[in-house]
Unconditional design. Sequence first.
Length: 447
Amino acid sequence: MNRQRGFALLAGLLSVVALVCATIFVGVGALGGGGGRDESSSDQAAASGNGAGGRGRTSVGSAAPASADAWVGTWAAAPAGIEPGVPNGHVGRSIRNVVHTSIGGTAARITLSNLFSREALLIGRASIAVAEHKEDAGAAVGTMRLVTFGKRTSVVVPPGGRVVSDPVRLQVAPDTDLLVTVYTPAPGGPVTYHPRALRTSYTALGDRTRDVSGTAYIERASVWRYLTAVDVLNRQARGAVVVIGDSITDGIGSSYDTDRRWTDTLADRVRGSGLGVLNAGISGNRLLRQSLAVGKGPSGVSRFGRDVLDRAGTEAVFVELGINDIIREPHEMDPDRITAGLKALTRQAHARGLRVVGSTLTPFGGNPRHTDELEAVRDRVNEAIRSGDVFDRAVDFDRLLRDPYAPDRLRPEYDSGDGLHPSDAGYRAMGRFVKLGDLVGKEPAQL
């Protein structure tokens, strides 16, 4: 009975906290904060070019750095929807997300998102550590650090909102795995997650945030929960290249637990230039409208500000989007609408003084959804991208990946097997194909 009364009291306190947080969150939204409201009704306004403000503007609660040469993103994942089957969250469990860095630094901070929940989320404790091995959830000796929020070990993430942690002194190496663990002691509504992590993460019963050993983490997960960014303190860094895309950027078709997305290859190449690479791909994501399926994310035009422009130290933008608008129902049969949406992204980035590199839409002739009518739309969009009227720079992934004997299909060695998603070899070729000068050259945005 005492236990029931205790849960009832906790639930009551959370309700009060949620009400206060919701009030604060509305106030933040009025100030232009990055609170994460992303309604489908905003898609049309975003496509019309009414984008974000000037570069360097830091909205309340955003992950943007106080100094552009200090904080830079080393890893990110775009929040894609609500995790099925857990309407009240993972109560009484520790969630250990395993993520891979692109650039190193001398300190770290994390961003936690409650974007898709209408209830406040209580984080009882959080930690960050360097992973010991790829095969388990154990931390390297001497690297476990507690994470605080406003110097407190717990934090309430408001409904639809996000929080950025205090800096944690930790030597973070490039091209390494980090363990970011959060403990959720009470019901917090639906879980904001990224469903296609292509990395194994873990959960454990109880508060195991400070465990160096991974023994308690017996449950495996193929998703990232709540965590949407890890930034590092690096005063020599130039910034980050943020890539917005669909499943081809998300890495579907690449080998599991190996970090073989095309953005991983790109990260290896640009590291010497002082750049991090942030992957904002969502499998099934569409440019112009929210996908109907669960976990496919808001439209590209509506999430662009949050998932790309507001990332720490954004230096350049790469766009790989549009193929799902064509191949998924309802099909977009007007290529001009797709190119208009891509141009809207470019205008938003230019308002921040950012260069935009974009890719042509890749072949899908070997996929069951392919038709001649859909192929004609893809061809028209690619013609516009190649003309130079859509992005500052165009990367022709179509010509790179297509079979010279069947141009609407992927080369056999680049096909993962479904006629749409590249293989490890295909992704490696994509990451090597991008010209680094297009990303870090001195010439400003042109359109």
